[in-house]
Design a protein around this ligand. Structure first.
Ligand SMILES: Nc1ncnc2c1ncn2[C@@H]1O[C@H](COP(=O)(O)OP(=O)(O)OP(=O)(O)O)[C@@H](O)[C@H]1O
Length: 242
């Protein structure tokens, strides 16, 4: 997928929110979109997902199936969560049997099953976010766009998100996710997309900042567990001297 010279503003005479945005995303890649509040992350993601048109420029080769999870999922619908998800599955082309199976599977995965019978308008913010995630994943997306997907979710479901992203990329999909809380720092092989002053800077994996070495001293009895913890946090343990 290619972003070619995207410019976006909200109305004639309004300042440009995004200018001269060029980027590409390959199958299997994850782009992490960062930037200050109001930098234009949501605007960029909604244009890439095809929800909002760019004022100028094009998004070429966007996959046919796009899963879009906005920052705040609009839940003001007159149906139960189950009915809504079944309808979304039908729109995505699933048969009634496949739709029921997909809804049950995603509800279970996202700890949403107890709320399937609740009216969308009566769901809590976190449960509505889960419905938002489920609808985006009912059919494996070629492009998954997640705008701050951790917001409002309980810890159990938050932990599922890196695995969900990995499953989409393993199937050849692309993922763009905005993250202002650093939830994605542990995810391997990501590309950093920084939105600043209306422009986008993309830093590919491997071009990340220069590394440095920190020497620490711990009690000998804790050497092994400390080294294991540092590795689990994604650090390289170069040597352990007793
Ligand atoms: N519907 C809209 N109409 C007019 N201006 C808008 C609209 N949506 C966003 N903007 C403006 O566009 C700019 C970028 O907003 P956007 O929501 O894309 O930023 P963001 O980086 O996602 O912010 P945050 O981190 O706070 O979610 C802001 O100045 C915002 O006021």
């Amino acid at each position: 997928m290619h972003l070619r010279d995207l410019w976006v503003h909200y109305g004639r005479g309004a300042p440009w929110v995004l200018r001269e945005v060029h980027a590409e995303l390959q199958p299997g890649e994850v782009g992490i979109v960062a930037g200050r509040n109001g930098a234009g992350k949501s605007t960029l993601l909604s244009v890439i997902a095809g929800i909002r048109p760019a004022t100028r420029g094009t998004v070429d080769d966007r996959p046919t199936v796009v899963g879009w999870v906005p920052e705040r999922f609009a839940a003001a619908q007159p149906f139960t969560a189950r009915r809504y998800l079944l309808q979304m599955a039908a729109i995505r082309g699933l048969t009634a049997v496949a739709a029921r199976a997909a809804v049950d599977r995603w509800a279970q995965r996202l700890y949403l099953t107890p709320f399937l019978g609740t009216k969308m308008s009566q769901l809590s913010k976190g449960s509505a976010q889960k419905v938002g995630l489920a609808q985006a994943l009912l059919v494996p997306p070629g492009l998954l766009v997640l705008d701050e997907p951790w917001e409002g979710l309980d810890a159990q479901t938050r932990e599922e998100i890196p695995a969900l992203i990995a499953e989409v990329t393993a199937a050849g999909g692309m993922v763009l996710v905005s993250d202002h809380r650093g939830e994605t720092v542990k995810m391997p092989h990501t590309t950093q997309w920084l939105v600043h002053d209306g422009r986008l800077t993309v830093t590919a994996a491997g071009e990340a900042e220069r590394r440095c070495v920190i020497e620490i001293s711990v009690a000998q009895s804790q050497a092994e567990s400390t080294a294991a913890r540092l590795r689990a946090d994604g650090h390289d343990v170069l040597a352990v001297r007793l």
